[in-house]
Design a protein around this ligand. Structure first.
Ligand SMILES: [Zn+2]
Ligand SMILES: [Zn+2]
Length: 878
C-alpha cells in the first residue's frame, strides 16, 4: 500500500468499477420489500452547488445502508427542465448576443434552450458521480422525456374531466420582465418604504369630496368604485352617490362593503378590481366591471386615456403632478408596506386580472391532509407537520399556466370556427365538436412544479401499469430541503394520491440549509458559496461528505467549515494508516484465524465496543440520526481502535506474544469499514479491497464492500467487565500522559506511578507492562489502599475507577524546582507588599480616580492568590 491516501485516483477508479458491475441497478424480488428514493431532480439551469452535494450525500447514505442490508434498493436520478428558471437564463444569454426571443420565435428559442439544457444535464450527471451517488443511471429521467410528458398530459386531462382544472379570470402575479403569471409561492414579499397618497375624489354634481388613500396612484385609472364600511357613520349619506375620478373624469359609484377597514387611511378606499386581489373580490360581490389599465410590459394601455403608453412608474409621477395642479392631492405620508417581487428576476410584480388555468386544490388537499394526520406519511422533523397542515388547510387555488415557451405545453385546443375547447392527451387533428381543422393549441405552458408534483409516479411509468410502478411505488423516503415543502412535497402528496390512489412516499426527511462558518446563509451575493468540485479536489469526496453530515439532524441548518473538511480528510488518512499497519503486520504473520476462547482482555474489550457501536449506529440510522451515527463511528475508530487497540496490539506483536492480536485487528477493521461505508464510500472500498486481496478465500464473499452485508451487532461479544477494566487502564495512561505534558517532562524521561484501583487492581496490574510502555511510567506499582502512598511531594490524580499517585521527584528535579519556586515567591511577596503600602497611602487614595484604585485592589487580590498557590507547590515538594 502506498504511504499516503490519494483520494482523487481512488475515487474515480471505484466509481467506474461499481458502475461497470451494475451494482446500482436493483434486482426486483417480489419476496422482499424494496427501499426506494426518488432524487429531487436538480434544475438543468446550472452546475451542482453545495446544497445538491448535501442532498446527494444524505440520500446516498440511506441507499447504501439499505442496499447492504440486502433490500432491493432503487435510487432514481433525474433532472428538471425548470421552466421559468431556465428560460430566464437562456434569455439573458440571447440578450448578450443582441437577440430578442420574440424576434427569434418560439421554435428557434426552444431549440436554443434545449441545446443548452442538454449540455447541463450531462454535467449534472458527472458531478453526481464525483459525489459517489450510487443511483441507478439506467433509470434516469428528465421531466421533458416522453414518459413524464405523457403523464403530465394525462393528469391534466383527468383533472379537467373531473372539473378540478378550470380556466378563469383571476388576479395573478404578473412579472413584466419574465412576461408571465407567477404562483403566490414564486413571489417574494419585501418590505418597501413607500408613500401613502391621500387623493380627493369630487362627488358628482356636488361641491363635496371623498378622500381615499393609495400606495399606487396610477391605479386610479382602473377604479370602478369607492368603497366604505356599511357601519361607518362618516360616509352613510354618501353611499349610492357617484364620484368623478380625477385624471380620467369617469363617474364611479360609492358602495358599502364589509371588507373595508374603518381604520385604514380615511376609511374610504378606491376599488381597482383588475389590479388588486381584495378589490377583485369586492367587485365580484358587487357586480362591478373590471378595467385593465396595463399592457403585458406594464406600460399603460388605451384605458389609461391621456397616460396611455407611459411606463407604470412614469405614469404614477404624471398623475401626481396633475392631481397636485388640480388641488386634489391632500397629503403624502411615508408608508412602509410589503410589495411582491419576482422570485427569479426580482422585478416588482403587478397584480393583473387575466385568463389563466387553475387547479381547484381543496378537494386534492383533503386526502393529502388525512395521509399525514393518520400517520401514513410522517414528516421529519416533526415540527414541520404543523407547518404542512396549516398550509394545506388554507390552501388556495393553484395557477398552473405560464406565459413561457419552455415547458409542457397545455394540452388544450381552441376551435376558431365554433369556439369549442378540446382537452386531450394526444394532439387532435380536428375540433371535437364541429370537426373543423382550424384549431389552435393554447400557447401557454404549465408551471414547472406541475410535472414535479407527478415525479414519484411519472418516473415509474405511470399512467401505464408498469413492473416498476407495481414494485417500487409507493417509494420509501422523500429527502429534500424544508424550503420546498409547499412547492414540491405537498403537491406530490396531493397528485400522488389523486393519480395512483396511494401515497407517494411514507417518510419525508427535510434537511436544513447550509451556512458558512459564521452561520450566514451561503449565497453568490455574499461570496461565501463553497463549490463542491473545488472542495473535492482539495479534500476528497469522502472528506466533503463527512463535513456535510457532521452534526446533522433533520430540519436543522448545517455549518460547513474548513475545520470539518480537514477533520474529514484527517479521518480518511487515519484509517489509511491503520489499515496499512494491519496489512503490513498480516504480511509478516498471516495466521488470522479467529478463536474466541483464545483472546485477551483488550480483545474482549474492542470486540464488545465494536458490538455496542454497531447496535447504536444501526439504531441511529433507523431514526435518521446520521450525524450522530457518523460521530460514534468516528469516535470508535479513531478514539478506541486506532489510538488504543492498535497501540496495545503493537506491543503484543513486538513481543511475539500469543495469542496474536491479528485476528481481532483484522476482524474489527473489516467490520468497521463496512459500518462506515455508507458515509465514506471511497476510502472504505479502497481499504477493504486491500484487505480482501490478502485475506484467505471466504473472508469476503462479495466483490465489493458496497454489496457486502451491513454488520449486525454481535451480542455474544458484549462484555461490560472487559470494558470497565480497559477503560480504567486507558484512563490511567491518559492521566499520566497529561501530567507529564503539564509539567513539561521530556519524552525520554520515565516517571513513577502508584495505582490504587480497589477491586480492579488484579486485572489492571496484569497490564502494568502495557501501562509502562504507553504512559512512559516506570515502575508502576499497585497499592492496597490510598493510605499506603506518601501524602507529600506527590501529584494525586483521582479518576473514575482508580487513583494515580505520581511522586513529584520522578517528574521534576526537586532542587531546581524548589529554587525556582522560592525565587518566584520572593518576587510575588515583594509585589504584594508594594501594593498593600500603596493602597494604604492616603495621598494616592484621594488623588487617584476610583477606577485606578479599584484596579489596584483587584491586582492585590490576584497577586495574593498567586503567592498562595506558589507556596502550596513548594509545600508539595517537601
Ligand atoms: Zn421575473
Ligand atoms: Zn369547432
Amino acid at each position: 500500500m502506498p504511504k499516503a491516501y490519494e483520494a482523487g485516483n481512488v475515487e474515480q477508479k471505484w466509481y467506474k468499477f461499481w458502475l461497470d458491475k451494475g451494482y446500482f441497478t436493483p434486482k426486483i424480488n417480489l419476496k422482499k420489500k424494496p427501499f426506494v428514493i426518488i432524487m429531487p431532480p436538480p434544475n438543468v439551469t446550472g452546475e451542482l452547488h453545495i446544497g445538491h452535494a448535501l442532498t446527494a450525500t444524505l440520500e446516498d447514505i440511506m441507499v447504501r445502508w439499505h442496499r447492504m442490508k440486502g433490500e432491493p434498493t432503487l435510487w432514481l436520478p433525474g433532472v428538471d427542465h425548470a421552466g421559468i428558471a431556465t428560460q430566464v437564463v437562456v434569455e439573458k444569454m440571447l440578450a448578450e448576443e443582441g437577440v430578442d426571443r420574440h424576434k427569434l420565435g418560439r421554435e428557434k428559442t426552444q431549440a436554443r434552450i434545449r441545446q443548452w439544457a442538454e449540455s447541463r444535464r450531462q454535467m449534472i450527471a458527472r458531478q453526481h458521480q464525483r459525489l459517489g451517488a450510487s443511483c441507478d443511471w439506467s433509470r434516469e429521467r428528465y421531466t421533458l422525456d416522453e414518459g413524464p410528458s405523457r403523464a403530465v398530459r394525462t393528469a391534466f386531462v383527468r383533472l379537467y374531466e373531473k372539473g378540478l382544472i378550470y380556466r378563469g379570470e383571476r388576479i395573478i402575479n404578473w412579472c413584466p420582465r419574465c412576461a408571465t403569471a407567477l404562483s403566490d409561492l414564486e413571489t417574494d414579499h419585501k418590505d418597501i418604504q413607500g408613500n401613502l397618497y391621500y387623493v380627493r375624489y369630487p362627488l358628482e354634481d356636488s361641491k363635496e369630496f371623498i378622500t381615499v388613500a393609495t400606495t399606487r396612484p396610477e391605479t386610479i385609472l382602473g377604479d370602478t368604485a369607492v368603497a366604505v364600511n356599511p357601519r361607518d357613520k362618516r360616509y352613510k349619506a354618501m353611499v349610492g352617490k357617484k364620484v368623478i375620478l380625477p385624471a380620467v373624469k369617469r363617474a364611479v359609484p360609492i358602495i358599502a362593503d364589509e371588507a373595508v377597514d374603518l381604520e385604514f387611511g380615511t376609511g374610504a378606499v378606491k376599488i381597482t378590481p383588475a389590479h388588486d386581489p381584495v378589490d377583485f373580490e369586492v367587485a365580484q360581490r358587487n357586480s362591478l366591471p373590471l378595467i385593465n389599465i396595463l399592457n403585458p410590459d406594464v406600460t399603460m394601455n388605451e384605458n389609461a386615456g391621456p397616460y396611455a403608453g407611459l411606463d407604470r412608474f412614469e405614469c404614477r409621477q404624471a398623475i401626481l403632478d396633475d392631481l397636485e395642479k388640480e388641488g386634489l392631492l391632500v397629503k403624502i405620508e411615508p408608508y412602509g408596506h410589503s410589495v411582491g417581487h419576482c422570485m427569479r428576476c426580482q422585478t416588482v410584480i403587478e397584480p393583473i386580472a387575466s385568463q389563466q388555468w387553475f387547479i381547484d386544490t381543496k378537494p386534492l388537499a383533503e386526502p393529502a391532509i388525512k395521509a399525514v394526520t393518520s400517520g401514513r406519511i410522517s414528516i421529519l422533523p416533526e415540527r414541520f407537520t404543523k407547518v404542512y397542515l396549516n398550509w394545506m388547510e388554507n390552501i388556495r387555488d393553484w395557477c398552473i399556466s405560464r406565459q413561457l415557451w419552455w415547458g409542457h405545453r397545455i394540452p388544450v385546443w381552441y376551435c376558431h370556427d365554433c369556439g369549442e375547447v378540446t382537452v386531450a392527451v394526444e394532439e387532435p387533428k380536428t375540433c371535437s365538436k364541429c370537426g373543423s381543422s382550424k384549431i389552435e393549441q393554447d400557447p401557454d405552458v404549465l408551471d414547472t412544479w406541475f410535472s414535479s408534483a407527478l415525479w414519484p409516479h411519472s418516473t415509474m411509468g405511470w399512467p401505464d401499469d408498469t413492473e416498476d410502478l407495481g414494485y417500487f411505488y409507493p417509494t420509501t423516503v422523500m429527502e429534500t430541503g424544508y424550503d420546498i415543502l409547499f412547492f414540491w412535497v405537498a403537491r406530490m402528496i396531493m397528485m400522488g394520491l389523486e393519480d395512483t390512489g396511494d401515497i407517494p412516499f411514507s417518510t419525508v426527511y427535510l434537511h436544513g440549509l447550509l451556512r458558512d462558518e459564521k452561520g450566514e446563509k451561503m449565497s453568490k451575493v455574499r461570496g461565501n458559496v463553497v463549490d463542491p468540485l473545488d472542495t473535492i479536489a482539495k479534500y476528497g469526496t469522502d472528506a466533503l461528505r463527512f463535513a456535510l453530515t457532521s452534526d446533522i439532524s433533520p430540519g436543522n441548518d448545517i455549518k460547513l467549515t474548513p475545520s470539518r473538511l480537514e477533520a474529514g480528510r484527517n479521518f480518511a488518512n487515519k484509517l489509511w494508516n491503520a489499515t496499512r499497519f494491519v496489512v503490513r503486520s498480516f504480511e509478516q504473520d498471516p495466521d488470522i484465524e479467529f478463536k474466541r476462547d483464545k483472546i485477551t482482555l483488550e480483545d474482549r474489550w474492542i470486540l464488545s465496543r465494536l458490538s455496542g457501536t454497531t447496535a447504536s449506529v444501526t439504531r441511529l440510522m433507523a431514526n435518521f440520526q446520521f450525524g450522530e451515527a457518523q460521530r460514534q463511528l468516528h469516535d470508535f475508530l479513531w478514539g478506541e481502535f486506532c489510538d488504543w487497540y492498535i497501540e496495545f496490539a503493537k506491543i503484543r506483536l513486538g513481543s511475539k506474544e500469543r495469542p496474536s492480536p491479528l485476528p481481532v485487528l483484522v476482524h474489527t477493521l473489516e467490520t468497521s469499514l463496512r459500518l462506515l461505508h455508507p458515509f465514506m464510500p471511497f476510502v472504505t472500498e479502497e481499504l477493504w479491497q486491500n484487505l480482501k486481496q490478502r485475506l484467505p478465500d471466504g473472508w469476503a464473499e462479495t466483490g465489493s464492500i458496497m454489496i457486502a452485508a451491513y454488520p449486525g451487532a454481535d451480542e455474544k461479544a458484549v462484555d461490560p467487565q472487559a470494558e470497565r477494566v480497559m477503560e480504567a487502564i486507558i484512563e490511567i495512561i491518559h492521566a499520566v500522559r497529561n501530567a507529564r505534558a503539564e509539567h513539561k517532562v521530556e519524552s525520554s524521561k520515565w516517571v513513577e506511578a502508584q495505582v490504587c484501583a480497589g477491586e480492579l487492581t488484579p486485572a489492571i496490574a496484569a497490564y502494568s507492562p502495557t501501562i509502562e510502555t504507553l504512559a512512559r511510567a516506570r515502575p508502576v506499582s499497585f497499592l492496597e489502599s490510598r493510605g499506603e502512598a506518601p501524602g507529600e511531594n506527590v501529584l494525586a490524580l483521582v479518576l473514575k475507577d482508580s487513583e494515580v499517585i505520581i511522586p513529584m521527584e520522578s517528574m521534576v528535579d526537586l532542587k531546581a524546582e524548589r529554587k525556582r519556586l522560592e525565587q518566584e515567591i520572593a518576587q510575588a511577596g515583594a509585589e504584594v507588599t508594594r501594593l498593600e503600602a500603596r493602597l494604604k497611602d492616603s495621598a494616592f487614595l484621594t488623588k487617584a480616580p476610583p477606577a485606578v484604585v479599584s484596579k489596584e485592589q483587584d491586582r492585590l487580590v490576584e497577586r495574593k492568590d498567586r503567592l498562595e498557590r506558589l507556596k502550596q507547590s513548594l509545600d508539595r515538594l517537601g
